[in-house]
Design a protein around this ligand. Structure first.
Ligand code: 5GP
Length: 231
Protein backbone atom coordinates (compact mmCIF):
# COMPACT_ATOMS: atom_id res chain seq x y z
CA UNK A 1 0.00 0.00 0.00
CA UNK A 2 1.06 3.60 -0.55
CA UNK A 3 0.75 4.69 3.08
CA UNK A 4 2.22 3.07 6.16
CA UNK A 5 0.53 0.27 8.02
CA UNK A 6 0.58 0.41 11.83
CA UNK A 7 -0.49 -2.64 13.83
CA UNK A 8 -1.38 -2.31 17.47
CA UNK A 9 -1.93 -5.34 19.70
CA UNK A 10 -2.62 -5.53 23.40
CA UNK A 11 -4.42 -7.89 25.71
CA UNK A 12 -7.98 -6.97 26.52
CA UNK A 13 -7.96 -4.53 29.47
CA UNK A 14 -4.71 -2.77 28.54
CA UNK A 15 -6.47 0.51 27.84
CA UNK A 16 -5.87 0.19 24.12
CA UNK A 17 -9.12 1.82 22.96
CA UNK A 18 -8.38 4.98 24.96
CA UNK A 19 -4.85 5.03 23.59
CA UNK A 20 -6.08 4.65 20.02
CA UNK A 21 -8.62 7.46 20.31
CA UNK A 22 -6.05 9.77 21.92
CA UNK A 23 -3.48 8.91 19.28
CA UNK A 24 -5.95 9.72 16.52
CA UNK A 25 -6.59 13.12 18.05
CA UNK A 26 -2.83 13.81 18.09
CA UNK A 27 -1.88 12.84 14.52
CA UNK A 28 -3.44 13.73 11.18
CA UNK A 29 -4.33 11.47 8.30
CA UNK A 30 -4.30 8.18 10.17
CA UNK A 31 -7.21 6.00 9.10
CA UNK A 32 -8.52 3.40 11.51
CA UNK A 33 -9.61 0.08 10.12
CA UNK A 34 -13.02 -0.85 11.48
CA UNK A 35 -12.89 -4.62 11.93
CA UNK A 36 -15.64 -7.15 11.34
CA UNK A 37 -16.74 -9.27 14.27
CA UNK A 38 -19.34 -11.86 15.18
CA UNK A 39 -19.48 -10.74 18.80
CA UNK A 40 -22.47 -8.73 20.01
CA UNK A 41 -22.14 -4.95 20.43
CA UNK A 42 -21.11 -3.83 23.94
CA UNK A 43 -22.41 -0.77 25.82
CA UNK A 44 -22.53 2.26 23.53
CA UNK A 45 -20.80 0.58 20.58
CA UNK A 46 -22.27 1.47 17.20
CA UNK A 47 -22.35 -0.43 13.95
CA UNK A 48 -19.61 0.88 11.67
CA UNK A 49 -17.87 2.89 14.40
CA UNK A 50 -16.16 0.38 16.72
CA UNK A 51 -16.92 -2.67 14.55
CA UNK A 52 -19.02 -3.99 11.72
CA UNK A 53 -21.16 -6.52 13.56
CA UNK A 54 -22.13 -9.55 11.55
CA UNK A 55 -23.30 -13.16 11.79
CA UNK A 56 -21.01 -16.19 11.74
CA UNK A 57 -22.58 -17.23 8.46
CA UNK A 58 -21.82 -13.93 6.73
CA UNK A 59 -18.35 -13.83 8.26
CA UNK A 60 -17.63 -17.32 6.90
CA UNK A 61 -18.89 -16.19 3.50
CA UNK A 62 -16.38 -13.34 3.59
CA UNK A 63 -13.60 -15.78 4.50
CA UNK A 64 -14.58 -18.01 1.56
CA UNK A 65 -14.50 -15.09 -0.87
CA UNK A 66 -11.04 -14.06 0.41
CA UNK A 67 -12.43 -10.80 1.74
CA UNK A 68 -10.12 -10.66 4.74
CA UNK A 69 -6.54 -9.51 4.99
CA UNK A 70 -6.45 -11.48 8.24
CA UNK A 71 -8.96 -13.02 10.59
CA UNK A 72 -8.87 -14.89 13.86
CA UNK A 73 -10.98 -16.52 16.51
CA UNK A 74 -10.63 -14.50 19.71
CA UNK A 75 -12.56 -15.53 22.85
CA UNK A 76 -14.81 -17.74 20.66
CA UNK A 77 -15.80 -14.96 18.24
CA UNK A 78 -14.49 -14.19 14.80
CA UNK A 79 -12.66 -10.92 14.18
CA UNK A 80 -11.22 -9.82 10.85
CA UNK A 81 -9.77 -6.96 8.83
CA UNK A 82 -11.41 -6.53 5.43
CA UNK A 83 -9.02 -6.27 2.50
CA UNK A 84 -11.16 -3.32 1.44
CA UNK A 85 -9.92 -1.25 4.42
CA UNK A 86 -6.37 -1.53 3.17
CA UNK A 87 -7.33 -0.84 -0.44
CA UNK A 88 -9.34 2.24 0.52
CA UNK A 89 -6.54 3.67 2.68
CA UNK A 90 -4.04 3.00 -0.14
CA UNK A 91 -6.29 4.71 -2.68
CA UNK A 92 -6.51 7.76 -0.42
CA UNK A 93 -2.75 7.69 0.19
CA UNK A 94 -3.41 7.46 3.93
CA UNK A 95 -1.68 5.56 6.70
CA UNK A 96 -3.78 2.86 8.30
CA UNK A 97 -4.00 1.67 11.90
CA UNK A 98 -5.11 -1.87 12.72
CA UNK A 99 -6.11 -2.84 16.26
CA UNK A 100 -5.85 -6.62 16.04
CA UNK A 101 -4.83 -9.55 18.21
CA UNK A 102 -1.51 -11.39 18.11
CA UNK A 103 -2.77 -14.08 15.69
CA UNK A 104 -3.96 -11.47 13.19
CA UNK A 105 -0.74 -9.47 13.56
CA UNK A 106 1.31 -12.59 12.76
CA UNK A 107 -0.74 -13.19 9.60
CA UNK A 108 -0.29 -9.61 8.37
CA UNK A 109 3.41 -9.59 9.22
CA UNK A 110 3.95 -12.66 7.03
CA UNK A 111 2.54 -10.91 3.96
CA UNK A 112 3.55 -7.36 4.76
CA UNK A 113 6.84 -7.41 6.69
CA UNK A 114 7.08 -3.63 6.32
CA UNK A 115 4.12 -3.18 8.70
CA UNK A 116 5.07 -1.30 11.88
CA UNK A 117 4.06 -3.38 14.87
CA UNK A 118 3.43 -2.07 18.38
CA UNK A 119 2.55 -4.07 21.48
CA UNK A 120 0.97 -2.47 24.55
CA UNK A 121 1.61 -4.06 27.94
CA UNK A 122 -0.51 -3.46 31.02
CA UNK A 123 1.79 -2.51 33.93
CA UNK A 124 1.06 -5.58 36.08
CA UNK A 125 -1.59 -8.27 36.68
CA UNK A 126 -3.17 -6.31 39.57
CA UNK A 127 -3.93 -3.27 37.39
CA UNK A 128 -5.10 -5.53 34.57
CA UNK A 129 -7.41 -7.46 36.93
CA UNK A 130 -8.87 -4.18 38.17
CA UNK A 131 -9.51 -2.93 34.62
CA UNK A 132 -11.06 -6.25 33.63
CA UNK A 133 -13.27 -6.25 36.73
CA UNK A 134 -14.40 -2.67 36.02
CA UNK A 135 -15.21 -3.62 32.46
CA UNK A 136 -17.22 -6.67 33.57
CA UNK A 137 -19.07 -4.42 36.02
CA UNK A 138 -19.87 -1.94 33.25
CA UNK A 139 -21.14 -4.85 31.16
CA UNK A 140 -23.61 -5.73 33.87
CA UNK A 141 -21.93 -8.20 36.18
CA UNK A 142 -18.61 -9.27 37.62
CA UNK A 143 -17.98 -12.96 37.28
CA UNK A 144 -14.72 -13.91 38.96
CA UNK A 145 -14.32 -16.81 36.56
CA UNK A 146 -14.59 -14.50 33.53
CA UNK A 147 -11.97 -12.11 34.92
CA UNK A 148 -9.68 -15.06 35.73
CA UNK A 149 -10.09 -16.47 32.24
CA UNK A 150 -9.32 -13.09 30.63
CA UNK A 151 -6.24 -12.71 32.85
CA UNK A 152 -4.97 -16.10 31.71
CA UNK A 153 -5.66 -15.14 28.07
CA UNK A 154 -3.83 -11.83 28.58
CA UNK A 155 -0.78 -13.66 29.85
CA UNK A 156 -0.81 -15.86 26.74
CA UNK A 157 -1.02 -12.82 24.47
CA UNK A 158 1.79 -11.08 26.37
CA UNK A 159 4.08 -14.04 25.63
CA UNK A 160 4.15 -12.79 22.03
CA UNK A 161 5.46 -9.31 22.87
CA UNK A 162 8.89 -10.07 21.37
CA UNK A 163 7.43 -10.39 17.87
CA UNK A 164 6.72 -6.66 17.79
CA UNK A 165 9.06 -3.82 16.79
CA UNK A 166 7.94 -1.50 19.57
CA UNK A 167 6.70 -2.37 23.07
CA UNK A 168 5.01 0.16 25.36
CA UNK A 169 3.83 -0.09 28.95
CA UNK A 170 0.49 1.60 29.60
CA UNK A 171 1.12 2.64 33.21
CA UNK A 172 0.80 6.40 32.79
CA UNK A 173 -1.69 7.18 30.04
CA UNK A 174 -0.16 10.53 28.99
CA UNK A 175 3.24 8.94 28.65
CA UNK A 176 1.93 6.01 26.59
CA UNK A 177 0.06 8.43 24.29
CA UNK A 178 3.22 10.49 23.89
CA UNK A 179 5.24 7.40 23.02
CA UNK A 180 2.67 6.07 20.60
CA UNK A 181 2.44 9.45 18.87
CA UNK A 182 6.25 9.63 18.69
CA UNK A 183 6.38 6.23 16.99
CA UNK A 184 3.90 7.30 14.31
CA UNK A 185 5.63 10.66 13.76
CA UNK A 186 9.11 9.06 13.68
CA UNK A 187 8.08 6.31 11.26
CA UNK A 188 6.48 8.89 8.98
CA UNK A 189 9.59 11.08 9.17
CA UNK A 190 11.97 8.29 8.17
CA UNK A 191 13.86 9.16 5.02
CA UNK A 192 12.67 12.76 5.04
CA UNK A 193 15.52 14.81 3.60
CA UNK A 194 15.13 17.63 6.17
CA UNK A 195 14.72 15.37 9.23
CA UNK A 196 17.77 16.73 11.06
CA UNK A 197 16.52 20.32 10.65
CA UNK A 198 13.25 19.53 12.40
CA UNK A 199 13.73 19.48 16.19
CA UNK A 200 10.23 18.15 16.86
CA UNK A 201 10.79 15.22 14.55
CA UNK A 202 14.18 14.64 16.15
CA UNK A 203 12.55 14.49 19.60
CA UNK A 204 9.99 11.99 18.33
CA UNK A 205 12.72 9.89 16.76
CA UNK A 206 14.67 9.74 20.03
CA UNK A 207 11.55 8.79 22.02
CA UNK A 208 10.47 6.21 19.45
CA UNK A 209 13.94 4.68 19.47
CA UNK A 210 13.66 4.20 23.25
CA UNK A 211 10.44 2.23 22.71
CA UNK A 212 12.02 -0.26 20.35
CA UNK A 213 11.96 -3.77 21.78
CA UNK A 214 15.74 -4.01 21.87
CA UNK A 215 16.05 -0.69 23.75
CA UNK A 216 13.33 -1.30 26.34
CA UNK A 217 14.59 -4.43 28.02
CA UNK A 218 15.28 -2.75 31.35
CA UNK A 219 11.81 -1.25 31.47
CA UNK A 220 10.04 -4.40 30.31
CA UNK A 221 11.81 -6.88 32.55
CA UNK A 222 9.89 -6.12 35.80
CA UNK A 223 6.57 -5.87 33.94
CA UNK A 224 7.06 -9.27 32.31
CA UNK A 225 8.28 -10.74 35.60
CA UNK A 226 5.04 -9.60 37.28
CA UNK A 227 3.19 -11.80 34.75
CA UNK A 228 5.55 -14.68 35.49
CA UNK A 229 7.41 -14.24 32.18
CA UNK A 230 11.09 -13.76 31.54
CA UNK A 231 12.72 -11.97 28.63
P1 5GP B 1 -12.88 -6.75 21.90
O1 5GP B 1 -13.96 -7.75 21.74
O2 5GP B 1 -12.49 -6.56 23.36
O3 5GP B 1 -13.21 -5.44 21.21
O4 5GP B 1 -11.59 -7.30 21.17
C1 5GP B 1 -11.04 -8.52 21.53
C2 5GP B 1 -9.73 -8.72 20.80
O5 5GP B 1 -9.95 -8.83 19.39
C3 5GP B 1 -8.74 -7.56 20.97
O6 5GP B 1 -7.47 -8.14 21.26
C4 5GP B 1 -8.69 -6.91 19.60
O7 5GP B 1 -7.42 -6.35 19.31
C5 5GP B 1 -8.96 -8.10 18.72
N1 5GP B 1 -9.43 -7.68 17.40
C6 5GP B 1 -10.26 -6.66 17.10
N2 5GP B 1 -10.43 -6.57 15.77
C7 5GP B 1 -9.68 -7.55 15.22
C8 5GP B 1 -9.42 -7.97 13.88
O8 5GP B 1 -9.91 -7.41 12.90
N3 5GP B 1 -8.60 -9.04 13.72
C9 5GP B 1 -8.02 -9.68 14.76
N4 5GP B 1 -7.21 -10.69 14.49
N5 5GP B 1 -8.24 -9.32 16.03
C10 5GP B 1 -9.06 -8.26 16.26
Amino acid sequence: MAGKLFILSAPSGSGKSTLVSQLRSMVRDLDFSVSWTTRAPRGSEQEGREYHFTSRKDFERMIASDGFLEHADVFGNYYGTARKSLEEAAARGRDLLLDIDVQGAAQVRRNMPEAITIFILPPNPEVLALRLTNRSRAEGGVADAVVKKRLAMARQEIENYHEYSYVLVNDILERAVEELTAIVVAERGKGQPDATANPELQRSMVLAEQCRLENSRERLQPVLASFGLSM
